[in-house]
Design a binder for this molecule. Structure first.
Ligand code: SAH
Length: 395
């Protein structure tokens, strides 16, 4: 019996616009007893073929579309084609001119739902985040292996997202050589050590590459880098000639690596202060001490996982941005981010605008920022956009 999924009347509309997710509430019937990750044929209530998708019986996203082309089977050739297209797009971006590390596959935006693949030099780190990409794991690895320059493929399927698909976390070598304990990334003239096994995401925040490079007017500046992780924006500031760089993060291992990264780049240790603290508290301490900085960076973790959590998250963003504005000297810059997908750029502008107003300051948008182009957003799938940033000048 063929594995099929029939949608409720009217619920075919988003698929006809090539949105790749089918929610549980849109499904009228499932036939053929598909197992998690199995490929199913998707039909409208009237029997119109719509898509071929991977099935996930426990997730609210009941199926994720592999293809809208009835003539495209989901086989090895399919994954080869998708990986080739993803590779071609990255080579068009000429990333090699600036870095040796980039996102090769950004899930839905590369036609591979629930699949993230990052390239660290000759090593590749994969995350299989849903039942479909999990089931396709071996074919995806086989596709990657065709690139003779790849020495090792490592798996970091240890994100919470997998729980929603009923999957346990799993990490380890998938093929080839073990990556080094710490991989040295070369990004725009700066080296960063990345822990591919235990670091956040697959080891590094590749999505902030262009924004690190956009750090303004750091020459001779006092720079405060909040939520610094392994030093990213702070090292960039040092490279640009900052007078002092204050790196703040809750994580001791992240700060340790930030320190090693500064050494690796030969920066004067006296430039840096490392503060292991909660940013919410540390910003208040700086305010009470009357400390100010020429450039303040706020790059917090995701405050809202879902649109429902946005209201509470908005208070968190308002709070740190209010303090961030207060700590920015007149004539300075605030570089502020949200990586909550539910936060729209419009809402973020409003929240940060309210914060500036409450601080009694006017703020000018120098640039609206987003995720680096190796993390593309397709117009059919706006959910792929999650990172919003504002570079503000504070006269
Ligand atoms: N800007 C970094 C990425 C930041 S990721 C880069 O470019 O690489 C977010 C960081 O915030 C993580 O390192 C995490 O340890 C830290 N963090 C989360 N909550 C925090 C808090 N309340 N106070 C301080 N740091 C926090």
């Amino acid at each position: 019996m063929p594995k099929e999924l029939i949608l409720k009347d009217g619920r075919e509309r988003s698929l006809l616009r090539h949105h790749p997710w089918i929610f549980d509430g849109a499904v009228a019937a499932v036939s053929g007893a598909p197992l998690p990750g199995d490929t199913v044929e998707v039909y409208s209530e009237e029997g119109q073929w719509l898509a071929r998708a991977s099935y996930s019986p426990v997730s609210k996203i009941r199926a994720r579309v592999w293809t809208f082309d009835p003539n495209e089977p989901i086989d090895q050739a399919f994954f080869d084609k998708r990986i080739d297209a993803a590779t071609t797009y990255r080579s068009q971006l000429a990333l090699q001119e600036h870095t040796d590390t980039w996102r090769l596959v950004h899930g839905e935006a590369d036609g591979l739902p629930g699949c993230v693949i990052d390239r660290y030099g000759d090593f590749v780190v994969c995350q299989f985040l849903c039942a479909g990409s999990e089931a396709a794991r071996e074919m995806i690895v086989a596709s990657l292996k065709r690139d003779a320059s790849i020495r090792g493929i490592y798996e970091r399927s240890d994100t919470d997202a997998r729980k929603r698909d009923g999957l346990k976390s799993r990490c380890g070598l998938l093929w080839g050589e073990e990556p080094p304990e710490l991989f040295t990334i070369h990004e725009n003239g700066i080296q960063f050590l990345a822990d591919l096994r235990n670091g956040h995401k697959t080891g590094f925040y590749l999505d902030q590459r262009e924004n690190r490079a956009a750090l303004p007017c750091c020459h001779g500046a006092d720079v405060l880098n909040c939520f610094c992780y392994t030093g990213g924006f702070g090292l960039r500031a040092a490279k640009e000639g900052a007078k002092s760089v204050t790196q703040v993060d809750l994580s001791a291992p992240a700060l340790e690596l930030a320190k090693r990264n500064a050494e690796l780049n030969g920066f004067d240790d006296a430039l840096f202060t490392y503060t292991k603290a909660d940013v919410f508290e540390q910003l208040r301490k700086f305010r009470d001490m009357g400390r100010q900085f020429d450039v303040v960076v706020l790059d917090p973790p995701k405050f809202a996982e879902t649109p429902k959590q946005l209201e509470k998250a908005a208070r968190g963003y308002k709070d740190i941005n209010l303090l961030g504005v207060k700590l920015t000297r007149p004539g300075g810059f605030l570089l502020t981010f949200s990586c909550s997908g539910a936060m729209t750029p419009e809402l973020f502008v409003k929240i940060v605008g309210d914060a500036a107003r409450d601080a009694g300051r006017s703020a000018r948008i120098v640039k609206v920022l987003g995720q680096a182009p190796d993390h593309p957003v397709t117009l059919d799938f706006p959910e792929g956009r999650y990172l919003t940033g504002l570079l503000l000048s504070l006269p």
